[in-house]
Design a protein around this ligand. Structure first.
Ligand code: FE
Length: 151
């Protein structure tokens, strides 16, 4: 019986909160540059941030799934999108465990949590603990990191 309890606990460990993780898709920088626009490359591969209120999906209201612009991995559902007023698409949750990875980001002297695509390691945005119910989380994501797939 104890074996099963241990197994159940092990499965509850979040695979998406590791601090050093090898992406499942690895491409050379030249390959990424050939595939992405200049802005997409800057955000996804160099951890840049698009200017607020400029992204295609800030006020997007269609129902469907947002996938990673770099690799197509499903990341966020429109069901969890909310109006944050920040100028970036905001979600209070992500899809399953293989959608995003959360990584400590101490750049610029801030203690932030970076959100990466679980599959390809591309930068998506950051997650903050000032979101709405039911999670209290706010995934602040660059539009340019996303691609929308209608339901
Ligand atoms: Fe990806």
């Amino acid at each position: 019986m104890s074996f099963f309890v241990l197994t159940a606990c092990a499965q509850e460990e979040k695979p998406n909160t590791e601090t050093s993780r090898k992406p499942n898709i690895e491409k050379t920088e030249a390959e990424w540059k050939a595939q992405l626009t200049e802005l997409e490359y800057e955000v996804l591969r160099e951890e840049g941030t698009e200017k607020p209120f400029t992204g295609e999906y800030v006020d997007w209201k269609k129902e469907g799934v947002f996938v990673c612009k770099a690799c197509g991995n499903p990341l966020f559902s429109s069901d969890t999108k909310f109006k944050s007023g920040t100028g970036w698409p905001s979600f209070f949750d992500h899809l399953g465990d293989s959608s995003v990875a959360e990584v400590a980001d101490n750049s610029y002297g801030w203690n932030r949590t970076e959100v990466e695509c679980w599959r390809c390691g591309s930068h998506l945005g950051h997650v903050f603990e000032d979101g709405p119910d039911p999670t209290g989380l706010r995934y602040c994501i660059n539009s340019v990191s996303l691609e929308f797939q209608e339901k």
